[in-house]
Write a protein that binds this ligand. Structure first.
Ligand code: COA
Length: 260
């Protein structure tokens, strides 16, 4: 697949999706969002891809937000379209994906950039990274799910402060808040992302997909997460992977999961 604003690299069963607009600090313009929709949809369908690491090109930015230059002259209906299309086609697609997605935050993750990272299943950051939702500094609010996902990750009080002040926080504080799981040097960032993803890929892929659905349900007021968990638990019993996992444990060997 060839994209104008993304680089795709495959390393075994790991697919890297790299946002590649370094001169604009990888800001998300419409074209990049459309490409992200295509890239993630393809990755989730491709049986050769086990999981995805998303990062930004260069060492300065993961993503410095939505492309502000595209907001000039947009009216209320246009604003609604931007948020709806972005949430539906990109951010929700990633969050509800059937394969694990890790955000390797290599620098600024601001506005839509932090929202993108928050839509991923796991976030890790370089110690130089800075994160925030500075939309109010532009007279805006987050529109790609930031007001919903940030309080779920760090609590309402901290989210109120971060969103209303528009301040950035450093990676260490983000880890203390639970916004990222690990803080590492730039050199250690991608190896750590790969290490986490390879561990997940050694587990039963159908069970991992079930876990994503059930955990996501815990954050969806429209769903009974306990019911979703019962359903997913039950579905696992219909898989060969579950039989293989149980047999392997009893036979004291490593399981060979086939995703069926
Ligand atoms: N949208 C569009 N362009 C952006 C951008 C964004 N969100 N963030 C950075 N850029 C562009 C700059 O306009 C500049 O382009 P130019 O060289 O053609 O002038 C280039 O990226 C480099 O950014 P610059 O501001 O010069 O870098 P800096 O090191 O001085 O500052 C930031 C870095 C991240 C603090 C600053 O770029 C910034 O505040 N960006 C906007 C963050 C934001 O508000 N995001 C939320 C959007 S809703």
């Amino acid at each position: 697949m060839q994209f104008e604003n993304l680089l795709i690299k495959n390393k075994g069963r790991i697919q890297y999706i790299i946002i590649n607009r370094e001169s604009k600090l990888n800001a998300l313009n419409k074209a990049t969002l459309a490409e992200l929709h295509t890239a993630f949809s393809e990755a989730f369908k491709n049986p050769e891809v086990g999981g995805i690491i998303i990062t930004g090109a260069g060492q300065k930015a993961f993503v410095a937000g939505a492309d502000i230059s595209e907001f000039v002259g947009v009216d209320a209906k246009g604003g609604r379209d931007i948020a709806t299309t972005g949430q539906t086609n990109v951010f929700d697609v990633i969050e509800n994906g059937c394969k694990p997605v890790i955000a390797a935050i290599n620098g600024f993750a601001l506005g839509g950039g932090l929202e993108l990272a928050m839509a991923c299943h796991i976030r890790i950051a370089a110690d130089s990274a800075k994160m925030g939702l500075p939309e109010v500094t532009l007279g805006l609010v987050p529109g790609y799910g930031g007001t919903q996902r940030l309080p779920r990750l760090i609590g309402k009080g901290r989210a109120m402060e971060l969103i209303m002040t528009g301040e950035m926080i450093a990676a260490g504080k983000a880890e203390q808040y639970g916004l990222v799981n690990h803080t590492l040097s730039q050199d250690e960032l991608l190896p750590k992302a790969e290490e986490i993803l390879l561990k997940i890929l050694s587990r039963g892929p159908l069970a991992v997909a079930s876990a994503i659905r059930a955990i996501n349900a815990s954050c969806n007021p429209g769903e009974n997460g306990f019911e979703v968990e019962i359903n997913e638990f039950s579905k696992c019993f219909a898989t060969n992977d579950m039989r293989e996992g149980i047999s392997a444990f009893l036979e004291k060997r490593n399981p060979q999961f086939k995703g069926e």
